[in-house]
Design a protein around this ligand. Structure first.
Ligand SMILES: [Zn+2]
Length: 398
């Protein structure tokens, strides 16, 4: 790979890249309200001479740059961001896109508008360097990632690349997987009654107590890569607001972080058995994964179960190896292979049969904080790394 040509071409685009990142931050895009930013990304792709640009039924943006006869590669991020909260708590206004202290600041700067900008510009760097990508490049930015992944689920109906790179922040290192997340609701239904006469009621509190105690002692699935799965009870909701009434229903919410060895169905079955064991005469238990109906800005509605699959590619997987080589060569220093702490849309892509890795600029500790920013040198490094991946990964055999 002609590294010098890529470095040169990436440098030439640095100013335009930073300016695009600022424009992205100045275009707020909460989940379900991504029309403005989608138009902005499409226009930039068109200006950068992509071969094809469209938005799918969910409003996900897809840009294509045609390559040689090799494998197709998708670079992926999302268009939405979490709420900025009270702007007064930010050191800079969250939607101004201000550059100060060597960084671009604002909501979404590193999650995920900086990485998005780098991905959009990567094919342009290749073209300027005179490099035809080995296979077709798909640059995709999906809607509603922050609220369950409606965009990713619709995207894979229409775009099935051979490989994917998810651009969530890795500090320009490589990642090869993460634990998954399953949300569960255990509902205990008894019989309501006056608190002065508990013998006439069936109080679900005692079943919940037994359930939680059993949960604490439950052996968790183990993974050589990720260590142990974990479970945290997070909410208990009662159908009662009165202190002198025995409730009919209690719903316990669990946040279960899964390892690839144990899927969502197995987790639900285990928790259902535990809940059934804790229920007693007069109280029944049922366990479900909550499903939320979401509607995208284009009006498309889908049921989104609260499941983010775990995924893991072995260090020896050809995609991981090739990506590590390409990054090590372009940066002229060894690039470590890490794991993400948090769940991404990568689990949805892997579940659709697309081998996926992670690579993106930025420090993930700043995600969802009022200190959110992305360093200018991370942006430059992210652009160069993405270009190197585009130049190489289409050559990877299965
Ligand atoms: Zn993100």
């Amino acid at each position: 790979m002609p590294e010098a040509a890529l470095r040169h071409a990436a440098e030439a685009y640095t100013d335009a890249l930073v300016a695009f990142c600022q424009r992205l931050i100045r275009t707020p895009s909460p989940p379900g309200d991504e029309a403005g930013i989608a138009a902005l990304v499409r226009a930039e792709m068109a200006a950068l001479a992509y071969d094809d640009v469209w938005a799918d039924a969910a409003g996900n943006v897809v840009g294509v740059v045609r390559g040689g006869g090799g494998r197709s590669l998708m670079l992926n991020t999302h268009l939405d961001h979490v709420d900025a909260g009270d702007p007064g708590r930010w050191p800079v206004p969250p939607f101004e896109g201000r550059v100060t202290g060597g960084a671009v600041w604002g909501r979404g700067a590193m999650d995920i508008k900086g990485p998005l900008a780098c991905q959009v510009y990567a094919p342009a760097v290749l073209r300027r360097a005179g490099i035809t990508p080995p296979g077709d490049l798909y640059v995709t930015a999906v809607v509603m990632e922050e609220v369950g992944g409606l965009g990713a689920q619709v995207l894979v109906d229409g775009v099935r690349p051979a490989f994917a790179v998810v651009g969530e922040a890795t500090g320009c290192r490589l990642t090869r997987g993460h634990r998954g997340r399953v949300e569960l609701q255990a509902r205990f239904v008894g019989r309501s009654g006056h608190a002065s006469a508990p013998e006439r009621a069936a109080n679900p509190h005692f079943a919940v107590a037994r359930f939680l105690q059993a949960l604490e002692g439950l052996p968790m699935a183990k993974s050589a890569t990720f260590g142990s799965a974990t479970v945290a009870p997070t909410l208990i909701r009662s159908d009662q607001a009165s202190a002198n009434v025995i409730p009919e229903q209690l719903v316990v919410t669990l946040d279960w972080r899964t390892v690839p060895e144990e899927g969502a169905d197995a987790v639900v079955a285990r928790v259902a058995a535990l809940a059934a064991g804790a229920a007693d005469s007069g109280v029944t238990a049922e366990v479900r994964v909550p499903v939320v109906s979401r509607t995208s800005y284009t009006g498309l509605t889908r049921d989104c179960p609260s499941v983010h699959p775990a995924f893991e590619l072995p260090v020896t997987h050809p995609l991981v190896r090739a990506a590590r080589e390409a990054l090590t060569e372009i940066y002229a220093e060894p690039v470590p292979v890490d794991l993400w702490r948090f769940a991404t849309d990568g689990g949805h892509f892997m579940a659709a049969g697309i081998p996926t890795i992670g690579f993106g600029p930025g420090d993930e500790h700043l995600a969802h904080t009022t200190e959110e920013r992305i360093d200018l040198d991370q942006l430059a490094r992210g652009l160069l790394g993405n270009a190197a991946l585009c130049a190489r990964l289409g050559e990877v055999a299965d």
